[in-house]
Design a protein around this ligand. Structure first.
Ligand SMILES: [Zn+2]
Length: 241
């Protein structure tokens, strides 16, 4: 193969690898982003349960204060009993105590019901907190994995860049300039294989005479349509049936 053509093919292989590595590096934050959603969801969920849990505890405290007040009221009422003179007054007094005590029972029931709810929510909260912990761990693990992948990709990239310098040193300045322009214009593909009289860069037919010359790989030819550098590789042409 023509020396310059050989260098061009090698350079293209390196640049394709570099581009693919760069794409993979760019995709890393997006891949980590996917792991953020479950963490966010679990955190929001635990917060919602926590809010409910705190509200129930506040309600319970309020009811307990109410209960204390009622108990005091009952005590006061009972202490007044000694001052009562008539039966009628006594009956009214007992009725009042009964009424307040009924109220106390009602509040006691409310407190019991709140305690049951709190117990249930405590379990939910523990479950949700465990879920947050698990998603946090998953996220951190993924972050670590992707960080390692990033390091590996950067080091791979450096290897290719060093190799690239060796190829650039061997290439003719004008051809290199042409190559770089094509690389920019043609989405990173400046040197392409030919097959069955077709440029595999733009799928345009190559005139038979030119194709025969390309197949020899003795000179640097370009596609008259897309201007890419063309080469031929033995054995890749499939036999038609
Ligand atoms: Zn072409």
């Amino acid at each position: 193969m023509n020396e310059q053509l050989k260098v061009l093919v090698g350079l293209q292989e390196i640049d394709s690898s570099i581009l693919s590595i760069a794409e993979r590096i760019e995709s890393l934050p997006g891949r980590l982003g996917k792991w953020k959603a479950p963490l966010k969801e679990a955190t929001a969920s635990v917060l919602s349960v926590k809010t409910k849990y705190e509200k129930l505890n506040r309600d319970k405290k309020e009811k307990e204060l109410e209960l204390e007040e009622i108990q005091e009221k009952i005590n006061k009422l009972k202490s007044r009993s000694s001052g009562i003179k008539t039966n009628k007054e006594y009956e009214a007094h007992l009725k009042e105590i009964k009424g307040v005590e009924g109220n106390r029972h009602h509040i006691e029931d409310e407190i019991l019901s709140l305690m049951e709810d709190i117990e249930g929510l405590t379990k939910d909260l523990q479950k949700e907190e465990a879920r947050v912990k698990k998603t946090e761990e998953d996220f951190k693990q993924q972050e670590k994995t992707l960080e390692e992948e990033k390091k590996r990709l950067h080091s791979e990239m450096e290897t290719y860049k060093t190799k690239r310098k060796g190829f650039v040193a061997q290439i003719d300045g004008e051809i290199y300039e042409q190559y770089m322009n094509l690389l920019k214009r043609m989405s990173g593909l400046a040197v392409v294989r030919t097959e069955k009289e077709i440029c595999l860069g733009c799928n345009t037919n190559i005139p038979p005479q030119l194709y025969n010359d390309i197949k020899k790989n003795e000179n640097v030819f370009i596609c008259y349509f897309c201007n890419r550098f063309l080469y031929y590789k033995e054995g890749r042409e499939t036999v038609q049936t």
